[in-house]
Structure formats: structure tokens, C-alpha cells
Design a protein around this ligand. Structure first.
Ligand code: ADP
Length: 161
């Protein structure tokens, strides 16, 4: 069974993340979308809110599972019996950062690999940061986040103005 892990902070999950989830899940048997509990930055949405939004958006997709983890990604992938990590690449700077991470993960867990999927051009400018900026200024998140989480995300961000 080919098990891949797609890790991220998903603060919040965006239409760009969903595009990667849909494409990656078609390439493996089980895609575990894994929310990082220990991010460097302080997230805007709580762990519970991010997990809830991910479950609403991706929990029912065939072959997709939503989970969260703390500590080393390489350890988590090994524990799940996974073979690869999935990452989306939007631009050259993503690639530079991602290759470094991929090589470190491979060092920590020999045999584990990273699959890079190029961002769909329509979603390449989309990031959780951009979504938070638009939402906090009262803009509509239609098309930027999955419809199932739009109200939730808009309401919370609007309150943060
Ligand atoms: P992190 O905080 O680890 O960067 P993110 O939740 O921001 O986590 O992103 C998780 C993954 O999704 C990363 O590989 C990132 O490059 C990718 N990603 C983010 N936005 C997009 C997008 N619009 N299109 C494709 N991939 C994306």
C-alpha cells in the first residue's frame, strides 16, 4: 500500500492546498494530510479550528485521511508506514527551501522520499498568508478557500481586524 503524507500548517487550508490534495491522492493509495502541531510561527487559527477546517474540506475525499502530528516529520511518516512526503512548489524560492527539507528528511529516514507537485498556475499566487490578509480586511474568500470552510474562515478573520 502506497502511503504518502502531505504536511503543513494549513492556517487556513486554501484552494491551492486542495488542488495538491486532489492530485496527490490520485497518485497513491492513501494520502495522510498531516497538520503540524509545532510550527515556528504562532498560527492565527487554533489547532482545533485548522483541524476542523481540514476535515470539512478533505475528510470525505476517497483515499484521504486528516491527522495532526508533533515532533519530527520523518518520525511521523515512519510511524504511519509511509514512503513519501508530498509538497507543493509554487515558485523557485519554494523549491530551494523544499529541497533542503527533503534532503534532511531523507537523512533522518533513509529510504523516505519527497514528491514535489508544481502548483497549478491559477493557484500559484495563493498562500495562507494572502488568504489571511484578504479576510482580515473584510474581503470575500470565495475561490480562495474551499467552500465548506469559507464562512468559518471569513467570520474569524473579520473579527480579528
Ligand atoms: P508550511 O507552513 O509547511 O509551508 P503550508 O500549509 O503553508 O505549510 O503549505 C503546505 C504545503 O502546501 C507546502 O508544500 C506549500 O508549498 C504547499 N502550498 C501552499 N500553497 C500552495 C498553492 N497555492 N499551490 C500549491 N501548493 C501550495
Amino acid at each position: 500500500m502506497r502511503i504518502w503524507v502531505y504536511p503543513g500548517s494549513f492556517d487556513p487550508v486554501t484552494a491551492g492546498h486542495m488542488n495538491i490534495i486532489e492530485r496527490a491522492s490520485g497518485l497513491c493509495d492513501r494520502l495522510v494530510v498531516a497538520l503540524l502541531r509545532n510550527t515556528g510561527r504562532t498560527p492565527i487559527f487554533t489547532l482545533e479550528e485548522r483541524l476542523r477546517m481540514l476535515r470539512l474540506a478533505a475528510g470525505d475525499l476517497p483515499g484521504v485521511e486528516v491527522d495532526s502530528f508533533g515532533g519530527l516529520l520523518a518520525e511521523y511518516v515512519r510511524m504511519r508506514g509511509g514512503q513519501a512526503v508530498v509538497r507543493g512548489v509554487r515558485r523557485a524560492s519554494d523549491y530551494e527551501y523544499e529541497t533542503q527539507m527533503a534532503l534532511m528528511n531523507r537523512r533522518l529516514c533513509p529510504g523516505m522520499d519527497t514528491v514535489f507537485l508544481p502548483a497549478e498556475p491559477a493557484y500559484a499566487p495563493l498562500s495562507s498568508t494572502a488568504v489571511r490578509d484578504v479576510g482580515m480586511l473584510g474581503g470575500s474568500l470565495a475561490g480562495l478557500v474551499p467552500e465548506a470552510v469559507r464562512e468559518l474562515a471569513e467570520e474569524k478573520l473579520r473579527r480579528m481586524k
